[in-house]
Design a protein around this ligand. Sequence first.
Ligand code: KIV
Length: 300
Amino acid sequence: MTPLNPSSAASAAPSATPYGTLPPTFTPSVRKPLSLLRLREMHTQGEKITMLTAYDATFAAVADAAGVECILVGDSLGMVCQGLTSTVGVTLETMRHHTECVANGLRRSHGVSWLISDLPFGSYHESKELALRNAVVLMQAGAHMVKLEGGGWTTDTVHFLVERGIPVCAHLGLTPQTVHALGGYRVQGKTEVAAAALRREALDLQDAGAALLVLEMVPADLAGAITQELARCPTIGIGAGKDTSGQVLVLHDMLGMNLGKMPKFVRNFMEDAHSVRGAMEAYVHAVKDGSFPVNATHAW
Ligand code: KIV
């Protein structure tokens, strides 16, 4: 047998890349890989679930290393990465691209986080079949779960996707893709009628098989009541108070990278941290021990 040429052996071995911080060698994680079963276990045991958005490989790998359980490739990338003024202009191809970047980052760093990717505006509205085709694009790019916004008409679509083996995260309250119909980024579910509709929609989405439910900008009491009512579907709050099953923030917001007015529900975790990873670890810690969010400061 011809001995291996040392130079070709060296080129086949993993080597450091000149840019970025992703590890070149195998670094097995000591954490349990996240899965639907693990999320359910956490829910049953009352352990808070942490979620952050990420849109690229490095931030995803760092969030994973910091112990963030769920990484959301949110269509907030329209604002954060593309400079748009809403998520309405984000396309499926853009979501696919960023999902693949995040999945590559997690794969290279042997990450264990659960990767959720947003189905963008218009990609699930026309029919259940179109929703399935587009969800498949995101799953094949590396997502473990897709997220879609709204209740009522989306319930059948959620059921259709779940029946076909696609885990779904639903999203109620302020649904940014419909910002123009809602009349702006405002708190939802404030009246008795609106609150009752949200509660009904949340139960229907759970029955349709949604495995997570994001509640965005809804009064803390209402989010707490919905969380109590949903025995099988953990809720993830953003501007929804402390009594949800977990929390999510947009990465750039919690790192204080906001030149405009910071939304009320955000805490700048970079303020007391020495590194991005440190800020993420502080976020995980604060969500887990219930010190973030504080209802009086971050909620309605
Ligand atoms: O797109 C996004 O980042 C989101 C979160 C704000 C929940 O949907």
